[in-house]
Ligand binder design. Structure first.
Ligand SMILES: Nc1ncnc2c1ncn2[C@@H]1O[C@H](COP(=O)(O)OP(=O)(O)O)[C@@H](O)[C@H]1O
Ligand SMILES: Cc1ncc(COP(=O)(O)OP(=O)(O)O)c(N)n1
Length: 274
């Protein structure tokens, strides 16, 4: 009997349940993949913001990875909040040591409430050690700017950032447009390993309940890759899933509320040639 598809997130927890490991596990579960987690950091967090966090000792991250490699058959993995340069390096070394399948790198830097989830001096470590391992890298606009050094103010800037991230070693890139200025649309730019590119366009939902959007997108890509779906289709499904989870809102907490991970795939996403 074939083993059930298994996927892994290496990231930080969110006690409020909306982002990080919690969003990843919920997303993978909804996409019918067996979800596993290597906890890199623990946050005290709710919809109002991040109150505190602590990263785990690197030895414990090594041990969690070894435990998984010793038993499970992980077919795809993702990274999320990695806290600092020491932990980015530790995670990158484990990803080189073990075969956990195609890697989606979500280069989490700042939470929507403004808290730094990655030390400033760790951005070069993400760029130099993690991005070159990525099957897919999924920066939002501020993250793409920090990783590439480019100023991104329009669609042309997103295209240039996509090219720059491939030059840094990522095979496939999605530049997320959630932080863009367009009040009507949330458009993402996708650049594939074969040099082809397209836009994923979706109507922007006017809501503050967007906590965990990036995690949900990258976890859905990971789940689809674990099932053997090709990268372009995995990214399109993830955009349809995250769009639905934002649109089909639920009321939890008093700040940047979480997504509705039970929502069906949105039919509002369209694909356009770049
Ligand atoms: N208000 C919104 N309405 C619809 N889609 C959104 C909205 N905000 C973000 N998105 C989408 O959610 C995904 C995550 O985007 P983004 O917010 O840029 O990432 P992050 O959560 O990492 O900051 C992208 O596909 C983006 O286009
Ligand atoms: C533990 C943890 N990981 C990641 C994030 C950031 O999640 P993201 O999907 O970028 O959404 P926002 O938090 O920015 O809304 C987080 N907050 N906590």
């Amino acid at each position: 009997m074939n083993e059930f598809p298994q996927a892994l997130t290496l990231a930080g927890t969110d006690s409020g349940g909306g982002a990080g490991v919690m969003a990843d596990l919920k997303t993978m579960q909804m996409r019918h993949v067996f979800a596993t987690a290597v906890v890199v950091a623990v946050t005290a967090q709710n919809t109002r913001g991040v109150q505190d966090f602590m990263a785990l000792p690197p030895k414990l991250i090594d041990e969690q990875c070894a435990s998984l490699a010793d038993d499970l058959k992980i077919l795809a993995c993702k990274t999320g909040m990695l806290a600092d340069a020491e932990h980015v390096h530790c995670v990158a070394e484990n990803l080189k040591r073990y075969d956990f399948g195609p890697l989606t790198v979500d280069p989490v830097m700042i939470a929507k409430g403004g808290a730094a989830l990655l030390a400033d001096d760790a951005i070069t470590t993400v760029r130099d050690e993690l991005v070159p391992l990525a099957t897919v890298v999924t920066p939002n606009l501020p993250e793409a700017q920090r990783l590439t050094g480019l100023t991104i103010i329009d669609a042309d800037g997103m295209v240039r950032a996509g090219q720059a991230l491939q030059a840094l070693g990522a095979q496939n890139v999605i530049i997320k447009g959630g932080h863009g200025a367009d009040p009507q649309m949330a458009n993402d730019y996708v650049r594939l390993a074969d040099g082809t590119a397209f836009w994923l366009a979706a109507p922007r939902t006017d809501t503050v309940r967007t906590h965990g959007t990036g995690d949900t997108l990258s976890a859905c890509i990971t789940a689809e890759l674990a099932k053997g779906v090709d990268v372009a289709a995995a990214i399109q499904t993830a955009k349809a899933y995250v769009t639905g989870t934002i649109r089909d809102t639920i009321q939890v907490g008093h700040g940047h509320g979480p997504l509705n991970h039970w929502a069906p795939l949105s039919r509002e996403v369209t694909v356009h040639d770049a």
